[in-house]
Design a protein around this ligand. Structure first.
Ligand SMILES: [Zn+2]
Length: 538
């Protein structure tokens, strides 16, 4: 059995024959690319020095009559021949070959592999809003993506707890908005941001590895860091600090002021300059509308547009921003929100994450009706930050469902409780391998027991990449006691100061609203009384 993750789709062994990898071997290639340099370095690490020749090489990377990501890999008794139509196919083939070499050392079985991905969009999301990950760390995740044959890096750049991307028109975002004074349990500041030059470096690093980048600016919720810099973005011009604790905040962008839209358009302009790929993610999740209900600007907008409720106001907000992005030749994605399903422009792709049965039902019905595409990121299988009690490895591997109009699959690493690489690796491995195999390998070829049997070689490959602290079997399939204790530790997040803060805040604004309401009633009564008296006079 070949120990490759994700498992190639068509594998045929040529019985009892093998290829001996010489200590000094030759190679030829019709392609160039980072993958080729990395393959040569890898070969050196396992004790094989490769030299380039033009004919009859031991390892040949040849241009063949295949399209897109499809490749063939033939290990014969005298040579290894890799074929593909494009450089990306060669990259995938070289990753497969690396894993075969690592498993079998220098005597590898003769085999014919014909392989291509089952899903075209294979994503990984990194949340750098909660905790900042340096450019070097981000590059590490890109290397990891490459090794798993994933092809879209979803870069979650802004949060209540930090704004991480330089926007030249709004310098405060990365002067003030990138820094919080404390984290949930300790008075330790957290800060950091990417300059536009850093972003260009990351984008190039991705493109060199055939990975596209989808930036996310989460709106209109999850915006407290921006509001802390520019208070006029909120409904009541509130003076707030960058959020220190986690949880859903109630101060969001005001959807009634024209200046909010102008702010977002200016951000989109700069974002499109530094992120050249197709998709822009607009967030759109966890939008609590308590401020909107009390806000004169939001209520005025509601009246002007004849909208029925505040859910429709959010749909309006998302659609206006989407039109702007589409006008720039890009495509938008947003997290699926049950409450606004059906009101959102058909152009916007749902990233389906809500796993409640009825919400998912509504999203599926909407997808079928509108014909929109859908990215599957079901939080019951693909949220890497959740504990192994909540999502055991088997659940990630076996419980994936194919949704209608599904364009692909994504795993999301939220970082509220993932402050460093050590924790990130623990949460990610081996679940990312399970998700990647679901995205790449045809459903008929998936087999959990077989996957488990390949994990030893998989970990060997990860260790070679400098990755450590991966979850072991006792962690990813925990005993009842272990699961209980880990979950208790995880749940300490439930109560914190900001939940209380939200409750107090909401009462303050409800009181303001009541006062306004009483004033309105008094005014109405006065008008009615004067109308009545004028009628009586007549
Ligand atoms: Zn407002």
């Amino acid at each position: 059995m070949l120990h490759i993750i994700p498992m190639p789709n068509k594998v045929k062994f040529i019985k009892s024959k093998s290829y001996i990898m010489p200590e000094k071997a030759t190679y030829s290639s019709d392609f160039s690319g980072v993958w080729l340099h990395e393959f040569i370095s890898f070969a050196a690490e396992i004790g094989c020095i490769l030299t380039k020749v033009s004919v009859a090489a031991d390892i040949q990377f040849n241009k063949g009559d295949l399209s897109g990501e499809e490749y063939s890999l033939q290990v014969g008794e005298t040579s290894i021949i890799v074929m593909g139509g494009e450089s990306v196919a060669m990259q995938h083939a070289s990753i497969t070959l690396r894993q075969i070499l690592l498993q079998h050392s220098k005597r590898i079985p003769c085999v014919n592999i014909l392989d291509k991905p089952s899903q075209s969009f294979r994503g990984f999301m990194l949340d750098v809003g909660r905790f900042f990950y340096t450019v070097e760390k981000v590059k590490k995740f890109i290397d990891i993506m490459c090794m798993h044959k994933l092809n879209v890096f979803h870069f979650h750049l802004t949060e209540d707890q930090g704004w991480r991307v330089e926007i030249k028109r709004y310098p405060n975002l990365t002067i003030k908005g990138q820094k919080r004074t404390a984290t949930n349990f300790i008075p330790k500041k957290e800060e950091g941001f990417y300059s536009q030059e850093d972003i260009k470096e990351i984008v190039k690093y991705c493109h060199d590895r055939n990975i596209t980048v989808m930036p996310e600016i989460d709106m209109p919720g999850h915006m407290q860091a921006a509001i802390a810099c520019y208070s006029e973005l909120s409904c009541f011009n509130r003076s707030l600090k960058v959020a220190t604790h986690f949880g859903v905040k109630h101060d969001i962008l005001c959807a009634g002021k024209d200046s909010t839209y102008e702010f977002i358009f200016n951000i989109i302009d700069e974002l499109c300059e530094i992120f050249p790929d197709k998709y822009i993610h607009l967030g759109g999740d966890e939008v609590v509308k308590v401020r909107w209900k009390n806000c004169p600007h939001c209520n005025e907008k509601l009246k002007q547009l004849n909208l029925k409720n505040y859910e429709e106001l959010q749909a309006h907000f998302m659609n206006v921003v989407n039109d702007y992005v589409v006008g720039k030749g890009r495509k938008c994605m947003m997290w699926n929100e049950g409450s606004i399903t059906g009101k959102i422009s058909k152009d916007i792709i749902w990233q389906a994450y809500q796993c409640e049965k009825e919400l998912m039902g509504a999203v599926i019905a909407d997808t079928l009706k509108s014909g929109r595409s859908l990215l599957n990121c079901h939080s019951g299988q693909n949220y890497l930050d959740l504990t192994y009690k909540m999502i055991p490895l088997k659940t990630t591997y076996c419980n994936q469902v194919l949704l209608p109009n599904q364009m692909g699959l994504e795993a999301a690493l939220w970082t509220e409780y993932v402050p460093n690489m050590k924790k990130a690796y623990f949460q990610t491995f081996p679940r990312l391998g399970a998700m990647a195999e679901n995205a790449w390998t045809d459903p008929d070829n998936l087999n959990y027991e077989n996957f488990i049997a390949r994990l030893e070689s998989y970990y060997k490959m990860l260790k070679l990449m400098g990755i450590y602290n991966m979850a072991e079997a006792k962690d990813y399939e925990p005993s009842a006691v272990r699961a209980f204790l880990k979950q208790k530790w995880f749940n300490r997040r439930v109560f914190h100061w900001h939940s209380v803060h939200n409750i107090i805040d909401d009462h303050i604004y409800a009181a303001i609203d009541r006062k306004n309401h009483i004033k309105k009633l008094a005014k109405k009564e006065k008008t009615e009384a004067s109308e009545k008296s004028s009628v009586e006079k007549k």
